[in-house]
Write a protein that binds this ligand. Sequence first.
Ligand code: AMP
Ligand code: ZN
Length: 419
Amino acid sequence: MSIQIYNTLSKRKEEFKPLEPGKVKMYVCGPTVYNLIHIGNARPMIVFDTVRRYMEYKGYEVNYVSNFTDVDDKIIKKANEEGVEPSVISERYIAECKKDMEGMNIKPATKNPKATEEIGGMLDMIQTLIDKGHAYPAADGTVYFRTRSFKDYGKLSHKNLDDLQGGNRSLLVSGEDQKEDPLDFVLWKPKKEGEPYWDSCWCQGRPGWHIECSVMSKRYLGEEIDIHAGGEDLIFPHHENEIAQSEAANDKPFARYWMHNAFLNIDNRKMSKSLGNFRTVREISEQYDLQVLRFFMLNAHYRSPLNFSADLMESSKNALERITEAAGRLKDRKEKASAVELTEAEKKLLAEAEGYVKKFEEAMEDDFNTADALAAVFELVKFANTNVTEESSAAFAEGILEILVKLCDVLGLVAVKKE
Ligand code: AMP
Ligand code: ZN
């Protein structure tokens, strides 16, 4: 079996082949830290943590990098409202975000770089882009990427440059008159009153948003990486611009597989801070164990939109309990069994149970179909409930329990809580 990944770049499933045997280099765009994260932000965290866990289960060593965007208009606005430095806001919400991630059983990243700590690398990459003719400073010191200089622009979002120019007025931002072309985007911008800034040879200012991910990905993973991921709202312009910056600067393909999760919706609209229709992970944690939230997310395919509802959360809670109760019974049987060794019949049953592992793996290898993988887990639960009885040996109960715990762990679900 091989892992198939739907690649946004080719719009089809492709066999996963790592750049380096046995290793996965993975970059996931992280949150802008000015508030508690909402459960829409939690979707990519849970989904791509599960991708990582499956890769590790298959024996890959995963280098997992996910940034915190800690310089941004919204952070600055909040800092000004509270009369504190922007770093006070960003550090506060990075700490809160890490608490939420721990609750959702998200493995710590290999590295969580912060934009403000990577400014030097950004200045270098911008200079390289200028030297190569892919970027230019305007009179006020703003540096723009010369979009038309990058021939492959649009290859990820499957957009045509001319359609973009005619159709997407939202691309036109302030300072438009200084641009050579309306499609050009900002790499560096001059400071405004009350904003944090850094020195550069173009002006005192701060980076545009897109450049940070190109720079951090290169620094911590190298010029070419295996997987780059995030929510589907990032395909355009963020990821399209990252590709343009990285490939123009490095003269190498950037990421081989681009993965994007669909939205978490509420009443069939995207959950977002700007629409005000969000629930924070913290709010959910007051009502449920965050394992329930994790189950809820994984019970849908990551590329399908998912609608949040109280009913679905309740059914997720009940379903998760079926797993933990079965695991509890298996543990109990193991401890109380009088027979120790496997019988011949139990050996056969244990081999049969391996069939569910195969089903689970097939589902995961089909573009991480966690909904089908969970269905395999429930088949195993049913099998355990039927076949592990008071007469079973300790070894049999233990063997089934080990399989159940192992599969749940790949999904980040804890079948048996530590005492
Ligand atoms: P942001 O802080 O808005 O930059 O978002 C951080 C991550 O959360 C990005 O990968 C977004 O694509 C993702 N995201 C934000 N809202 C949603 C949502 N409603 N559903 C799924 N992913 C989302
Ligand atoms: Zn990014």
